[in-house]
Design a protein. Structure first.
Lengths: 544, 333
């Protein structure tokens, strides 16, 4: 390993010219020594990713990058011409992006992508590169590398394709690896493995720059932390010091917004400002009526190798009015398929679902036409609300469409839209905005408002906060808790994040390979897990 | 409620995978073939009905139009051959039977079996359509690869030219090219169908508007693909801009253009009607004009069926290309 250090002094990045000029990174300074890891943390929009891209000369043609000093080993990066950047990229500086499903070319086998990283820099011969690809895949812990190299990203699991992406970044043995949210899209156990891999990269002597909003990732890998807010470093120093004894209020709010350490009913947002103290909710022990019951759900799909695989295998659960049932598991564990069956969107191969005691899903007996009139009893919120909105519709139109479905006459809709926006803590003028012009948190509020439009008794929440920053996530979780307290709506809450599940749930269902491996009241499952897989999950999330 | 057994065991012995896969593939091909047969049958049926709903005497439609003056013997022979004295369903059956045996009747305007006319005229038209399609793609790719997200004036120029190209009528372009290159600067022959030089002007006339359309749809898909994260990863690997465009982005931008090409194959043959007439080329298009204007029913029906067949073949090719470009489609369907 070459042992070069990256020095960044007073880095500024701006976009646009003249009056429209926006400075997104201001006076940022840090150094990445070989074999050490520096983390940039902060919410989305804080300038982390732009910083990372500026360091490989890919901030875009409209970006104005300036710095007092910007160097990597002997290379001065300031005003480096494009050919100079190209010989550095991939060869000296490896770059790993968030989700390999979209960060690797989805049409090509991953082996080609890794080989390309070698071919660009004229490494070896064609057959030499082929061998090196296999070797790299093996190094990053991909089993059966000869077979996996021929698969496309969509044929690989999240963990495997993230490893392939990392293998491509490591192909030329770069002295510095920049990783932008490298584990954000991954399950806890996979995340822990990928973090180990980064630990190994560091141990080999490469410098590591990690961009993350996930403080647990940072605390595990980084030697130094730079906390960014609105383009500035508000606090920086050794990891133990910054995360252990944060001085800046923003750092404190980031740390305390992490769910999972507080019981249900505790408010997350605002804790860091020291204003509110935990207010555990009154324990509701009188059994509320069952609103939803799923019995022996079964759904088979042909797997990637064309074998029939049970995505959901004899899953049963009950959801009581005004309560939250959390379903936790890794991706591919069948959580989402179970939710789709409950929503009546996927016809199961066996089992049935009752809604308020009446048959709701029963293959062969109940058809969609019989559900349509009762659909308003159930709402749904997805991970990425943007994908579920028509981008040309304003927020008002999106809500009005949902009110149409609920049978609210057009005349009364304006008032209802204001009421709904108010419920989710948005103002009436948000109705005229387009979803693309809203922040992630605001969009999710709109999605919640839309789910509420039909006055449902149950809302199915499928990874509703997974795409959000911790502080925004905290606000959304608080909002969901308030709505439950006010409206008595029940949540079927799906997440891969144990912290979130623990925070929101009354009862928990742990799923693995389509089966329920453990179920029970949240505190029992978390304090006295009986199944080895639950213990493994808890250990992975504690370690991460 | 819970399954507290230790880690779930692997699912029971999987069903043999590869025969299953073959089965899926076979079903897909079969359904596609049935669909194609349906299309051809529909084309044949519409042609049959059109022949019977034409004003005037059906015998004269077969034997030479209103101007013809067949002898009673010829009429009697035609009535017998086509079963014109029998009920309509029987006539329809006989008609399909003749088609299945490749007997498309005799073209009275050419005094040749229709099948012979088609055999002689198909190749020049296919030549023209294929060269026009290839040139249209080349123009579209040059414009997209060369101008999308380049300097703003270049990008605007590219998309402006595409819009203008797409808006040009082919017959007008044909006449303009004829006047300029054949009659004014005498660079290329004005007519004929035997030399490569004679192919140039009609090809350009057909290709420019199609190229404009292809470029427009490809440009949009190309811009979307350029914003994908994998493009950033490829650049971060050290790949140059040109390589990023040709090796990664382009493939993602091809599908809409391929769909459009499927439509274009039919449209090109339709437009060849005009272009072949302007440039006095041999070809299906010109024969169609002749067939219709002389009310040569057997020839017209033969050409209609041939064009339908071209559409069907183009559809097959499009499907195959789709899967070649995006292997995920093959896995899903």
């Amino acid at each position: 390993m070459s042992g070069k250090r990256l020095v960044v002094e007073r880095l500024c990045v701006g976009f646009g010219a003249g009056a429209a000029h926006r400075r997104v990174v201001r006076d940022l300074s840090f150094t990445v020594e070989p074999g050490r890891a520096v983390a940039l943390v902060g919410e989305s929009g804080s300038g982390k990713s732009v910083t990372a891209r500026s360091l490989v000369g890919l901030a875009g043609s409209t970006a104005a990058v300036s710095a007092q000093r910007l160097s990597f080993g002997p290379h001065a990066l300031r005003a480096l011409p494009e050919p100079g950047w190209r010989s550095l990229r991939g060869r000296e500086i490896g770059f790993v992006l968030q989700d390999a499903l979209v960060s690797l070319d989805p049409l090509r086998p991953v082996g080609h992508e890794i080989a390309e990283a070698l071919a660009v820099h004229r490494w070896g011969t064609r057959s030499g590169r082929r061998d090196r690809v296999i070797e790299l895949l093996r190094e990053v812990g991909v089993p059966e590398p000869e077979f996996r190299a021929r698969q496309r990203p969509d044929q690989l699991s999240g963990g495997l394709r993230q490893r392939a992406l990392i293998a491509a970044a490591l192909a030329m043995d770069p002295g510095l690896v920049i990783a932008d949210e490298p584990t954000t899209a991954l399950d806890a156990t996979v995340q822990a493995q990928i973090l180990d891999l980064f630990g190994a990269i560091k141990a080999r002597g490469s410098g590591l720059l990690i961009i993350s909003h996930d403080l647990s990732v940072v605390s595990r890998l980084a030697d130094e932390v730079v906390v960014m807010q609105a383009g500035r470093a508000v606090e920086q120093g050794p990891t133990a010091q910054v995360l252990g004894a944060p001085r800046h209020p923003y750092t404190r709010s980031l740390i305390e917004a992490v769910p999972g350490t507080h019981p249900k009913g505790t408010r997350l947002a605002g804790l860091g400002r020291g204003a509110l103290c935990p207010q555990p909710r009154e324990p509701e022990r009188k059994p509320a009526p069952v609103v939803l019951e799923a019995i022996d759900l079964l759904k088979r799909y042909p797997g990637p190798d064309r074998d029939e695989r049970a995505a959901v295998d004899r899953v049963s659960f009950t959801l009581r009015g005004g309560q939250t049932l959390g379903i936790v598991g890794e991706s591919g564990s069948g959580k989402t398929t179970a939710a789709r069956i409950v929503l009546g969107l996927v016809e199961p191969d066996g089992g049935r679902v009752t809604l308020d005691g009446n048959a709701w899903v029963d293959p062969g007996r109940i058809v969609e036409r019989q559900r349509r009139g009762r659909r308003r009893a159930m709402g749904v919120i997805y991970q990425d609300p943007l994908g579920s909105f028509d981008p040309r519709w304003t927020v008002g139109r999106i809500l009005s469409d949902a009110l149409d479905a609920a049978g609210v006459p057009r005349a009364g809709q304006d008032g209802r839209i204001r009421l709904l926006l108010d419920r989710v803590r948005l103002t009436a003028d948000h109705a005229d905005r387009l979803p693309t012009h809203l922040s992630g948190g605001q969009r999710q509020r709109v999605a919640i408002a839309r789910a509420l439009a039909t006055e449902p008794r149950i809302i199915v929440c499928d990874e509703p906060v997974s795409a959000l920053d911790v502080s925004v996530q905290a606000q959304i979780l608080d909002l969901l808790a308030d709505l439950q307290a006010d409206l008595g709506v029940a949540y079927l809450f799906i997440s891969h994040d144990l912290g979130v599940i623990r925070h929101v749930s009354d009862e928990v269902l742990v799923m693995r390979h389509g089966r329920v491996v453990e179920a029970g009241p949240v505190e029992t499952v978390f304090h006295a897990p009986r199944h080895p897989f639950t213990r493994q999950l808890l250990a992975a999330s504690a370690a991460a | 409620m819970s399954d507290t057994s230790p880690f779930p065991t692997a699912p029971a012995a999987p069903p043999a995978a590869s025969p299953d896969r073959l089965h899926v593939l076979a079903r897909r091909i079969l359904s596609r073939c049935l669909g194609s047969v349906g299309v051809l049958l529909a084309a044949a049926t519409v042609s049959f009905l059109a022949m019977h709903m034409m004003p005037g005497d059906i015998v004269s439609a077969i034997l030479g139009g209103p101007a013809a003056d067949p002898t009673p013997q010829t009429v009697a022979a035609a009535v017998r051959e086509y079963g014109l004295d029998r009920p309509l369903p029987v006539q329809y059956g006989l008609y399909l039977d003749r088609l299945l045996h490749g007997n498309l009747g005799t073209s009275f305007s050419q005094h040749l079996p229709v099948i012979a006319v088609l055999r002689a005229e198909l190749l020049p038209t296919l030549e023209l359509a294929a060269s026009a399609l290839v040139l249209a793609w080349l123009l579209a790719l040059a414009s997209v690869l060369g101008t999308v997200r380049r300097r703003s004036w270049l990008s605007a120029l590219g998309s402006g030219l595409e819009t203008v190209g797409a808006a040009l009528p082919q017959f007008w372009l044909g006449l303009l090219l004829l006047w300029l290159f054949a009659f004014t600067i005498h660079l290329l022959p004005p007519a004929g169908s035997d030399s490569v030089a004679a192919l140039v002007l009609p090809t350009v006339a057909l290709a420019v508007p199609l190229g404009g359309f292809l470029a427009q749809v490809t440009r949009e898909a190309f811009e979307i693909a350029l914003d994908q994260p994998f493009v950033l990863t490829a650049r971060a690997r050290g790949l140059g801009d040109w390589s990023v465009r040709t090796r990664h982005v382009l493939r993602h931008a091809l599908l809409p253009g391929i769909s459009l090409s499927n439509w274009a194959v039919g449209a090109l043959i339709g437009n060849a009607v005009v272009i072949e007439t302007i440039f006095s080329r041999k070809g299906i298009g010109r024969q169609l004009v002749l067939g219709v204007s002389s009310q040569d029913m057997p020839l017209t029906i033969g050409i209609v069926l041939l064009v339908s067949l071209t559409y069907v073949v183009a559809g097959f090719l499009t499907d195959a290309l789709y899967v070649l470009v995006d292997p995920r489609l093959g896995a899903r369907r």
